[in-house]
Structures are given as C-alpha cells and as structure tokens.
Design a protein around this ligand. Structure first.
Ligand code: DMJ
Length: 462
C-alpha cells in the first residue's frame, strides 16, 4: 500500500511539473485553470521559483530527466542581476534553500555557486543600525525597507529569524564567515532584549533595535523563527547550546501563555495581543506539532513524552480542522470561540492554498511514532487534493473549503512542489530515505545536512 502511495505522490508531482513546464516554464508559478504563468511580487523579477523550489523533490523522487532539465534552466537562465525589490525571507527560503538542497543532494557545483552568488546579493539587507535585516531589498541598488503595514517600520520575527540555517551553510560553502556573522548578530540583538512574559513579539524595529507591537504568534509572522531555533541546535549536531536554550525557553512561554484546550478537548495555539488571547489558530501554526515532536528527545528532564504528546494533540486538532470542511482540506485559519471549534468563521479565512503545514506535522509524527493514523490522515489529504484541487492544468488552491462546488483560486504555489508533495511522498517511504538524524528540512522543506558532517559522506539513503 505504502509503495502505491509513493507512486501516486510521484504522479501528482509529474502532473504539477509537466503543466508548469507546458504553460509557465521559466516563470515563477503556474495558473492551472487559466493555463498561463503567475507572477508574485515576492521575488521581484527573479524568475523560475517553481523550478528552484522543485529541484530537490524531483531528485528525491528519482525524476532524473526532469531534474537535469531544471538544472540546465538554472545554468542558463537563473539570473539575480535584477533591478527589483524582493522579499529577503522568501528568496532565502525558496531560492537559497532550494539551491543549497540541490547542491547537497546532487553535488553539482552550479547550485553551490548560484546559492553563494544570491547570498552575497542579500547581504545589503543587513545594513541597518541594529543589523536586523530589512524585509524588502532592491537587489541592484542594495536599498532596503520594511513592509509598510508592519508596526512602526518594524522587521518581522518570522522573516529575519528564518535566515539562520541557510546563512550558516553559505559560510561553510563559501569559506566566508560574513553570512554566519550576520545571523549570529540577530541572535545577539534578541538576547539583549527583555521579552514580555518570556514571549517574542512579532515586530522588531531595525533602527532602534526595540520591539514594535506586542503581538505574538506561532503562526504567520512568528512561526519559522521558533522552527529555526530548534533546527539550528539539530543542524549544529547539538553543539549550539544557545539555540537549544532559546528554543526551550520560548516553547515554555508559549505553553504557558498561548496553548489552550477547547471545551471538547482540542489543544490549540492561540495568538497573543498585548496580553489578550485571540482564540484562533492558523494553518501555518499547524507545523508546530511536528516541531514539538522533533524537539522532544532533547527536552528538559522528564518532558520528552510531554512534547511528543503535545505534537500529537496539535496534529489531531489540525486534522479536525480538515475533517470539518466539505473538501477535507483545512482553512487558512480556524477559531475556538463563539461556540465553534476548529472551524473558520470568517469568509476571508476559509481558503486553502495548497499549504504543507498539516502534512508536514503528519510526516514528523509518522517518523517519530509510527502510529498508522498519520499515514491514514495523509492518505485522506491525497484523496482530497486529487478530488478537489486537481484540474487538467495542474493543482489549484481553493477559495472556500466549506463549499460543495469548485472555488479554484487558480494558483499552483511553488511550495506545493517543494513541500506538500515531498512530505506526502516521505510519509509513505521508508525511514531510511532522508533520515531525520542526518538531514534538516528548512522551512520550505529543502534539505540541509548537519554542519559538521563532511558533505561527501552524506547519502540520500542511509
Ligand atoms: C512556505 O513558503 C513555507 O513553509 C513558509 O515557512 C510558510 N509559508 C509557505 C507554506 O505555507
């Protein structure tokens, strides 16, 4: 059965890839209903997001010809000499991460070169008084700024806190310590600041080096900062004790102030706004189940089972958010107030954009517990994607997961190929394909080996 599902996941990848190739080759993403390219301002005028995001999934699934054609595109067309503003975070997790992963898996020099070239282009983002980088950067002029909507000109925790893994590797691969220095300075700034109730606000002003609004979230704006603390510890082969301490301190504060149980027993992670709780959980927050379980082994004395259990409870809640919809795929955000549990109540929170976080948590929970329910739930997600998101031109997100009729948003996100399909494939593969002891997944599911590991000794299997 599991072999059949890996075949199906690979067929899904082929469907996503060939339609992208036919209708949007070289552009960032595909509009699977209109059958044309989709561009997002996140990448400025850098092109080929789907190609770079898909490289390692193609490699892992053994789609060798497709990997070679993607590699040729990178060699001939991937160009960072653009006079355009990009999101530093998005370009880092998808392009730098995708290129590093492709390099470590294939050993092809071109990916290392391109990753380092792009890393150098991102460095001017750190030219701020505190060294906390700007969110947006013009790659030609090197001029940065922040999102106009972010509290008083602040940078965002989940953005500047999600550079660490890739930048540590850029220093290792280039021999230039500058990348590591930049991200270690972020930590220094964070460690000097007083944290309200031990929590990290989502906003930090790069000019003053002080917190902006006291909003805290394990979902959007905060999420992958926590993920990268844990993974910095794991990627250092458990030598980065500072990252470990920061992670477990943060998780303890999150448990005390944000994690709650609904009246019918569902554990959820609320959002915190200046001390008041908003009883809402984002789809993005669902990654945290896997994170808690992944960190469980290194938890303070006696808490290993507790964190595994917490991971399982979050997985269950997120599964409920899927199960309570018509299409069996979950909404962008769901609430635990006004008499509802794990259901979206606002129209603008009912969409599903092919996000991976729920199947990501199933993947970690499966690998760490081998409880068959995680494969069952992953299979439900496969069936739902095939029934409701697959169109002749690829896979589309949905505008409303509670509707009985189609509500396509007409975007095939690049992270569907980088993450959602990769995690589904891995859930049904043997554990010795990309063992968690050897590989760290960046927040876009790109693979990074431990830093002290000699890259030549790392194999995809075993
Ligand atoms: C991806 O780009 C990454 O997983 C990121 O951490 C969050 N948003 C998307 C997927 O939902």
């Amino acid at each position: 059965m599991s072999h059949m599902v890996t075949c199906l996941a690979k067929m899904m990848m082929k469907h996503a890839w060939y339609n992208y190739k036919q209708y949007a080759w070289g552009l960032n993403e595909l509009k699977p209903v209109s059958k044309e390219g989709h561009s997002s301002s996140l990448f400025g005028s850098i092109k080929g997001a789907t190609i770079v995001d898909a490289l390692d999934t193609l490699f892992i699934m053994g789609m060798k010809d497709e990997f070679e054609e993607a590699k040729s595109w990178v060699e001939e067309n991937l160009d960072f000499n653009v006079n355009a503003e990009v999101s530093v975070f998005e370009v880092n997790i998808r392009f730098v991460g995708g290129l590093l992963s492709a390099y470590y898996l294939s050993g092809e020099e071109i990916f290392r070169e391109k990753a380092v070239e792009l890393g150098v282009k991102l460095l001017p983002a750190f030219h701020t008084p505190s060294g906390i980088p700007w969110a947006l950067l013009n790659l030609k002029s090197g001029i940065g700024r922040n999102w106009p909507w972010a509290s008083g000109g602040s940078s965002i925790l989940a953005e500047f806190g999600t550079l660490h893994l890739e930048f540590m590797h850029l220093s290792q691969l280039s021999g230039d310590p500058i990348f590591a220095e930049k991200v270690m300075n972020i930590r220094t700034v964070l460690n000097k600041l007083v944290k309200p109730q031990g929590l990290y606000p989502n906003y930090l002003n790069p000019s003053s080096g002080q917190w902006g609004q006291y909003h805290v979230s394990v979902g959007g704006l905060g999420d992958s900062f926590y993920e990268y603390l844990l993974k910095a510890w794991l990627m250092s082969d458990k030598t980065d004790l500072e990252a470990k301490q920061m992670y477990f301190d943060a998780v303890q504060a999150i448990e005390t102030h944000l994690i709650r149980k609904s009246s019918r027993g569902l554990t959820y992670i609320a959002e915190w706004k200046g001390g008041l709780l908003e009883h809402k959980m984002g789809h993005l927050t669902c990654f945290a189940g896997g994170m808690f379980a992944l960190g469980a082994d290194d938890a303070p004395e006696g808490l290993t089972q507790h964190y595994l259990q917490l991971g399982a409870e979050i997985a269950r809640t997120c599964h409920e958010s899927y199960n309570r919809t018509f299409v069996k795929l979950g909404p962008e955000a769901f609430r635990f107030d006004g008499g509802v549990e794990a259901i979206a109540t606002r129209q603008n929170e009912k969409y599903y954009i092919l996000r991976p976080e729920v199947v990501e948590t199933y993947m970690y929970m499966w690998r760490l517990t081998h409880d068959p329910k995680y494969r069952k739930w992953a299979w439900e997600a496969v069936e739902a994607l095939e029934t409701h998101c697959r169109v002749s031109g690829g896979y589309s997100g949905l505008r409303d997961v509670y509707l009985k009729h189609d509500s396509y948003d007409d975007v095939q996100q690049s992270f569907f190929l980088a993450e959602t399909l990769k995690y589904l494939y891995l859930i049904f593969s043997d554990d010795d394909l990309l063992p968690l002891e050897h590989w760290i997944f960046n927040t876009e599911a790109h693979l990074l080996p431990k830093l002290c590991t000699n890259e030549k000794e790392v194999e995809v299997t075993g």
